[in-house]
Ligand binder design. Structure first.
Ligand code: GDP
Ligand code: IMO
Ligand code: MG
Length: 421
């Protein structure tokens, strides 16, 4: 049995979607287990270009069964739209996409509260995706959530009535407009009818799969440093973003996870607030221009920085990474010199990521090494040996920090633009 977790080693958007799409051919199940539609995973393959938020990115492989575990929060309109978009592109998910009835439902008040809380925080805002993620997870752990299973009885109506009484008070106090029970009830009962064919308790399916030595690909959303516990709190997301989340979020015992692929971007990006020690602020600089990206979920401009090896090191330790997938190496082509942060210093002493909080991380001094770049376009390379020596050395340096090999190297956004070792 093979259970492979594909995780992000930085602040999200490392290229997990592409890696999962690439690996899915060998998998029986591809599962999401954390987060919600705050995730935006880009997949470029023979079916087209997709920004996927909820459906596992492995769904393009025809024999794969997609799972959305109980640890995921589901916005039904996003899920239904995504299933439809995939269907129109020739990817039919019917009968091979299952959503856990344990998963929590994102309600309209979660999205409204997400926005109102952000506005109340002003300059100190988290910079959330405003998809209702913080508020729905808060309801989950304070026993105020609504799950898909509630729709099988009038539990939904009873819980909704109470929640609207509570939530409308906060919404109105913060200057928003109260929601009407009948409107929300009608809208969500209609969603339930459409989502129902995809709902299935996953316990037996997962347990049988493990017993039958099936291959599971676990697609994490977000990155290690957005983790609620280990990230740069309060500039984090509301779910666990390390492989242990797959255990609770899908019902796979931790000892079964035998491979952890740390997807690592060859530079660093971050969307939203919080520290980014290697941040490049000069918008005119060549590196800034090259690294610039538009966020897959919100369309915001991602903040950019040099590769931070202390993050790579910490994430590999925290998540028990067994191999890395180094992405976007092609983007560095053409830079004369490439800076890499090898460690942090504070008051002259080396410190680790975990020694400081988010505010401390704003203060650390990055120790940089400057490496020579390469001029060649590497997008056509399909073996490590085809890479220019300086690019090979860059990969080796990332491997050394992670303490494991780079078994995949991304040299372009499309599925086939990958070096497999
Ligand atoms: P995810 O959230 O981790 O799945 O990553 P995103 O899809 O949000 O962001 C990664 C971006 O990099 C997307 O635009 C991908 O198409 C792109 N990408 C992924 N791997 C590579 C690569 O190796 N080279 C290049 N040039 N682009 C890549
Ligand atoms: P993928 O899976 C990058 C960030 C937001 C914000 C913080 C909290 O595509 O890598 P939230 O809406 O979750 O309450 O926002 O987390 N964030 C992400 N950043 N990639 C993601 O997902 C993200 N999901 C959330 O920008 O800073
Ligand atoms: Mg993304």
């Amino acid at each position: 049995m093979t259970v492979i977790a594909v995780i992000g080693s930085q602040w999200g958007d490392e290229g997990k979607g592409k890696a999962v799409d690439f690996l899915a051919e060998r998998a029986d199940y591809v599962a999401r287990f954390n987060g919600g539609n705050n995730a935006g995973h880009t997949v470029i393959n023979q079916f087209g270009t997709f920004k996927i938020h909820l459906v596992p990115s492995g769904i393009f492989a025809p024999n794969v069964v997609g799972l959305i575990g109980g640890g995921v929060v589901v916005d039904p309109s996003v899920l239904l739209d995504e299933i439809e978009t995939l269907n129109q592109a020739g990817v039919n998910a019917d009968g091979r996409l299952w959503v856990s009835p344990r998963s929590h439902v994102i309600m309209p008040y979660h999205k409204i509260l997400d926005g109102l809380y952000e506005e109340a925080k002003g300059a100190g805002a988290t910079g959330t995706t405003r998809r209702g993620i913080g508020p729905v997870f808060a309801d989950k752990v304070s026993y105020n959530g609504i799950r898909w299973t509630d729709f099988t009885s009038d539990a939904f109506e009873n819980r909704l009535q109470l929640q609207l009484t509570l939530k409308n008070k906060i919404i109105v106090a913060l200057g928003g407009e109260a929601l009407k029970y009948e409107d929300v009830r009608g809208e969500y009962r209609a969603y339930y009818k459409k989502v129902k064919p995809y709902l299935k308790e996953l316990f037996s399916l997962v347990q049988d799969g493990l017993k039958e030595n099936k291959t599971f690909l676990l697609e994490q959303a977000m990155g290690s440093f957005l983790d609620t516990d280990w990230g740069t709190y309060p500039f984090v997301t509301a779910s666990t973003t390390i492989p242990s989340a797959a255990s609770a979020g899908l019902g796979i015992p931790p000892r079964y996870i035998n491979q952890v692929v740390g997807v690592t971007k060859a530079y660093t990006t971050r969307v939203g607030g919080g520290p980014l020690p290697t941040e490049i602020l000069d918008a005119q600089s060549e590196a800034y221009q090259k690294f610039g990206e538009v966020a897959a979920t919100t369309g915001r401009i991602r903040r950019v920085g040099w590769l931070d090896l202390e993050l790579v090191r910490t994430s590999a330790q925290l998540s028990g990474v067994t191999e890395i997938c180094l992405t976007k190496l092609d983007v560095l082509s053409g830079l004369k010199e490439i800076k890499v942060c090898t460690e942090y210093k504070m008051n002259g002493k080396t410190i680790r990521y975990a020694d400081v909080d988010a505010y401390g991380l704003e203060q650390v001094e990055c120790v940089y090494e400057t490496l020579p770049g390469w001029d060649e376009d590497i997008r056509a390379a399909r073996s490590f040996e085809e890479l220019p020596p300086n690019a090979q050395n860059y990969v080796k340096m990332a491997e050394e920090a992670a303490g494991v090999s780079a078994t995949m190297i991304g040299v372009g956004p499309a599925r086939e633009e990958t070096i497999r070792r």
